[in-house]
Write a protein that binds this ligand. Sequence first.
Ligand code: DHE
Length: 513
Amino acid sequence: MKLIPVFLLFLFLHINAYSDSTQDLFNKHCASCHGEDRLGLIGPPLIPQSFKRLKPKAANLVIKNGRAATQMPAFSEILSTKEIQTLVDYIYIKPEQPPQWDMPAIVKSHKILNAPDTLGNEPVFKADLQNLFLVVEIGDHHVTLLNGDTFKPIFRLKTHNALHGGPKYSKDGRYVYFASRDGWITKFDIYNLKVIADIRVGINTRNLAVSDDGQFIIAGNTLPHTAVILKAHDLSPVKVIPVVNEAGESSRVSAVYTAAPRQSFILALRDFPEVWEIPYVDKKIFVHDYRYEMPAYTGEPFSIRRIKLKNYLDDFFFDQDYSHIIGAARPEGERFPQGGQVISMASGRKISDIDIPGMPHLSSGISWKYKDTRIIATPNIKEGIVSIIDTKDWKIIKRIKTKGPGFFMRSHEKSPYAWVDVFFGPHKDLVHIIDKKTLEIVKTLQPVPGKTAAHVEFTKDGRYALLSIWEDDGAIIVYDAQTLEEVTRLAMKKPSGKYNVYNKTHLEEGTSH
Ligand code: DHE
């Protein structure tokens, strides 16, 4: 009889010792990116809610081999097979307290630091306000405001950790909104160099979009499974939209966008194959497409139009007038094979497939006029190619071979060249320059041997191209966009994206929106 309690005590100590050492293993190798609580930092949350599409066997392979197009490295040389499996088992355990971030939590986090009406309307510095850049420095979590004529920094702002996605400007370029991966949305007044307001909309957030009328912000979360609408004026919260399908299943948001001509927000969802359109004004906005038996949609503001698809859209691109979504999914066996698809926004139906191999990075695709048509060029994060798509018939007209998978592609209407980086692999220090007329690589730059070179943005007039040396002791290198010669360089802490006010607010065809 006495043996039973002793056995139970042994069992209890054994389980505790096992879980402590598992937590130690997790803390040592995973917590710096995914958080000790597994709720995500620069890496995504590692709890069962985040694994609706990733089965344990596949998670094991991700830990072993790393994940393409993310910062997730391979651990096969560092951890034993047993340790990897221990981590897989651990991340599929539900946290004791289900993570929550609801309206009361959002309201509580809201801080107005400088009421917008108390600040002056004249900028406190001299510069061409349309040719300013914001450079996100993820090395030490700052944003630098840069004069696009002199290339001299004007101001450096401390931000929340790990900003992700492009900061979004108000139409006049005075205000800018940032989203951090840990859920914070910040409004900054560029004229006064002051933060207006700050609010935490989620535990793990993807990105934000600003309505074309400047009234509303939408932020998409991966934890919890919500999208949050804010008033752009002072970031006060308006509505939390649960991201749930008709069967009651919830999904992470993979990205939110503004479709200006449609006066609506578009949401790409990760865990069920739907795209959502959410109007932000009170009028009939959806044109009936006579080719299909589809009723016109007359949505109330912030109601949901569900566009149901046969495959997920993990990454996508809009054509210039926002009448089509060109999307691609991470391939998942026979049910969801690889390839792209084109969705008509009017009918909500797929109108074409696109034969793209690997994993095209459509959200950094660009478009330009080519001969008698308009083309879209997209880098590929799995293969060393740039795919050129003809928007007349959605056929691939060329695959340009590069020195490795790339992440970002850029051009400017006034530039004869498109720039594409080679973000992944041994040639990460190279950048290819493509002639937009011949679709040939005409030059390959190696700005700093051995250091990652990535993400280009042009000045307002397209005369100069700014490139990041994506390292902690990195730099912005300014090139003459015609001669491709270096003009100057500025030291920066792991500069990631850079965003020109004019190009972004005028939806310049060579940059992301
Ligand atoms: Fe990004 C933009 C998704 C990993 C740096 N990234 C975007 C956008 C999406 C996206 C949907 C467009 C939204 C916008 O601009 O509002 N990114 C994803 C992923 O799904 C992916 C592959 C995995 C993830 O962990 O989220 C991913 N992204 C990364 C990185 O690892 C990068 C290189 C480093 C980082 O900061 O996390 C990175 N993503 C960026 C940047 C932009 C971006 C710099 C804005 C590009 C622009 O010029 O607009």
